[in-house]
Write a protein of this length. Structure first.
Length: 345
């Protein structure tokens, strides 16, 4: 297939999602900048716009997506567990005249869509711990209940749907990276289509834009000293930071008792982290959770080099006048030893 060799524009709804999407693009060999919504930057081969819309009101999320549709971007990254305003964002794209092919699967993280239902490690997402998320509980495992669309089973049914010319949404099953690659290749033939899904979908789009490229990771990956920053309450994150602290790495975190607004807590943690980074002469910072990453990065642009683990991005950003190596990970990703393994690699 042939696509115009313009810059690839990607949108994502939170900061760790944006850097994860950027890493998927950098893994394909693209030069990638993550740019906060409303901040201008120079043109890179790929620009990921961090909409920071996961926790805003749905109408504000719609406004932010609509504001960037003029770029004719081809992929919108959503949370792999269906949290956030993804349905409002995709509906805004439909209103802007785009057709949506939603592939809500991230097999590398154990998340797949089958029969129109999203599963996390074999459990419907709304019946998993995400159904009890204190801030964004997932109410339904079936995306079509939040965003009406055609539930499709594979490439043939998608091709038939795309042969129609009317606007709409297709929600397509996929259980493997190979299936996602096939679906994305079919979808992007149509100029009016925006492909949407988690990082595995972004990876497939990037592979089409840069079919023979590969990431160029710096050495060392994480120059020492390293500071780990975490405002996430996810049990996996808490176990990870306990283990990395026991390994002697400095950790800046919050109380596990969440009594205040999450953004307020993340801002307070980020403020302390900036002081610790400055006083310790840290060269690398690991950010755990989307609120944490947004608060620490602020309005700065991150140049992303690639992935160093599933969902874990690596890049550089100038923050407070200092160039820092930035690793960023969603709160619920990884094993108990993920952080320890990364800092001791």
């Amino acid at each position: 297939m042939r696509l115009p060799r313009t810059s690839l524009i990607v949108t994502a709804d939170d900061s760790t999602g944006a850097t994860e999407a950027a890493a998927a693009c950098a893994d394909a060999g693209l030069a990638v900048d993550v740019v906060p919504f409303g901040v201008s930057s120079g043109a890179a081969a790929c620009v990921v716009i961090d909409l920071r819309s996961r926790h805003v009101e749905p109408e504000e999320a719609r406004r932010r997506v609509f504001a960037v549709t003029a770029h004719a971007h081809r992929v919108h990254k959503i949370d792999s567990t269906l949290r956030g305003n993804w349905s409002a964002e995709l509906a805004a794209l439909v209103d802007a005249g785009r057709r949506i092919v939603l592939i809500p699967s991230h097999p590398m993280a154990g998340r797949v869509c089958a029969g129109g239902v999203v599963y996390v490690n074999g459990v419907p997402v709304a019946e998993s711990e995400l159904g009890n998320d204190p801030r964004l509980p997932v109410r339904s495992s079936r995306p079509s209940e939040a965003l009406p669309g055609a539930e499709l089973a594979g490439r043939r049914s998608l091709a038939e749907w795309l042969a129609q010319t009317r606007p709409g949404v297709a929600i397509v099953d996929a259980a493997s990276l190979a299936e996602i690659d096939e679906l994305v290749a079919i979808a992007l033939v149509a100029d009016d289509v925006v492909v949407s899904g988690p990082a595995s979908v972004v990876r497939a789009v990037a592979g089409i834009w840069s079919p023979h490229g590969e990431a160029s990771l710096p050495h060392p990956l994480l120059p020492k000293p390293i500071v780990v920053v975490c405002a996430s309450l996810h049990p996996i994150s808490r176990t990870q930071i306990d283990k990395v602290a026991a390994a002697g790495i400095e950790v800046v975190t919050s109380s596990q008792a969440r009594e205040a607004n999450s953004e307020v807590v993340a801002a307070e943690v980020a403020e302390r982290a900036h002081l610790v980074v400055a006083s310790s002469g840290a060269r690398s910072v690991m950010l755990i959770g989307g609120d944490t990453a947004e608060a620490f990065i602020g309005d700065n642009v991150v140049r992303v080099f690639g992935s160093i683990d599933v969902g874990v991005s690596l890049g550089d950003a100038e923050i407070g006048g200092t160039l820092l190596r930035i690793a960023s990970k969603p709160g619920g990703f990884g094993t108990p030893n993920t952080l320890v393994d990364l800092v001791t690699r």
